[in-house]
Design a protein around this ligand. Structure first.
Ligand code: NAP
Length: 340
């Protein structure tokens, strides 16, 4: 099989060329030209439309082994993407289908059919399959229901609350009957979105005053659930405000991802004894069995507007590294995406 003459011959892909120490810089990456691949037996050729940039990708830039394999230097990077099938060598996939897969950071890719999931752009915008109805959405859902064992009436605190996972976790808690939802975010504009658009009961800018102080004010009756996207002083503060039998879902610790020294542990873990509390780390991919339930319950809320979402979309694959760095710096509201 060869590619149609209507397709471009040249593909662009991002490669990691140097392992960052601390904050990554643009010099750690290169946008490289490569041939558009020809799909092999059982593969589809996909033109990527939306590319995802996610905090976990920072971990993959280190050589150390973690839950996702390190990026190899000089190879195309990977990540979530949604695109259009432009050639198919696989049964069940037709030209024009849209698929989600994990070979992002490039314009065209040949994907094994078993690694591609068909999505319907007429039911929901294609970009949502990477965000509110995709990986970050399932993370919020599984984290809240499983890791945090959320129950109706809980007082819930969410950090990173204006981001993709956090904004959905807070709204889901509210829609499922939380008695109070509190969010923290890194700017006054984000705090305004939490209060005015997403229906949080209280929200604060963590850069303005100590988190513990602001949380005590926002949650005078303490918290039953903490959905942690940030770690560090947020985790200390949540432990400090935790109620009896409180639960902490450890989703992410973005405040530590660019550290060059190990982050100090929580100063008040003893609170787990006082409160008979529980901290539970989790990974969304262990909860894929919840996907049908997630789509059934959350899809209608998204469609009706009961659950609101925003996306920050950066145009052009050439700006993808800047989009990734911008997300780490907090320049996004909702899911950070790149339109290829
Ligand atoms: P996101 O929240 O949409 O974007 C990252 C946000 O982190 C930024 O917008 C920024 O917002 C905030 N941030 C950056 N540095 C910070 C700091 N030092 N202190 C506090 N906030 C900081 O990203 P996301 O994709 O939804 O991911 C959120 C968290 O979930 C991350 O920790 C990620 O690793 C984790 N995650 C876990 C899983 C899992 O399966 N466990 C899956 C997906 C994501 P501000 O302006 O508010 O600072």
């Amino acid at each position: 099989m060869s590619n149609s003459p209507h397709l471009p011959a040249v593909n662009r892909e991002w490669q990691l060329v140097k392992r960052p120490v601390g904050w990554p810089t643009p010099e750690d990456f290169a946008l490289v030209e490569a041939p558009v691949p020809v799909p092999g037996e059982g593969q589809v050729l996909v033109r990527n439309i939306y590319l995802s940039v996610d905090p976990y990708m920072r971990g993959r830039m280190n050589a150390a082994k973690s839950y996702a394999a390190p990026y190899e230097l000089g190879e195309a990077m990977r990540g979530g993407a949604v695109g259009e099938v432009v050639a198919s060598n696989a049964e069940g996939f037709n030209v024009g289908d849209h698929v989600v897969h994990d070979l992002g950071w490039r314009e065209y890719t040949a994907v094994d059919a078993r690694d591609a999931v068909t999505v319907n752009g007429e039911i929901a915008p294609l970009s949502t399959y990477l965000g509110v109805l995709g990986m970050t959405g399932l993370t919020a859902y599984a984290g809240l229901l499983r890791a945090a064992s959320f129950q109706e009436g809980d007082i819930v605190f969410v950090s990173g609350a204006a981001g993709a996972v956090g904004s959905e976790a807070g709204q889901l808690a509210k829609l499922m009957g939380a008695s109070r939802v509190i969010g923290s975010a890194g700017s006054d504009d984000k705090v305004k979105v939490l209060l005015d658009e997403y229906g949080f009961d209280a929200a604060f800018n963590y850069k303005k005053a100590p988190v513990g102080e602001q949380l005590r004010e926002a949650a005078p009756d303490g918290i039953d659930v903490y959905f942690d996207n940030v770690g560090g002083d947020h985790l200390d503060a949540a432990l400090g405000s935790l109620n009896l039998h409180g639960r902490i879902a450890i989703c992410g610790m973005i405040s530590t991802y660019n550290n060059t020294e190990p982050a100090p542990g929580p100063v008040n873990l003893f609170r787990l004894i006082q409160t008979r509390g529980r901290m539970q780390g989790f990974l969304f991919r262990d909860h894929c069995d919840m996907q049908p339930l997630f789509v059934d319950q959350v899809g209608p809320w998204v469609a009706s507007g009961a659950l609101k979402y925003r996306e920050t979309v950066v145009d052009g694959i050439q700006n993808m590294v800047e989009a990734f760095l911008g997300m780490l710096r907090g320049e996004n509201i909702g899911k950070m995406l790149v339109k290829s």
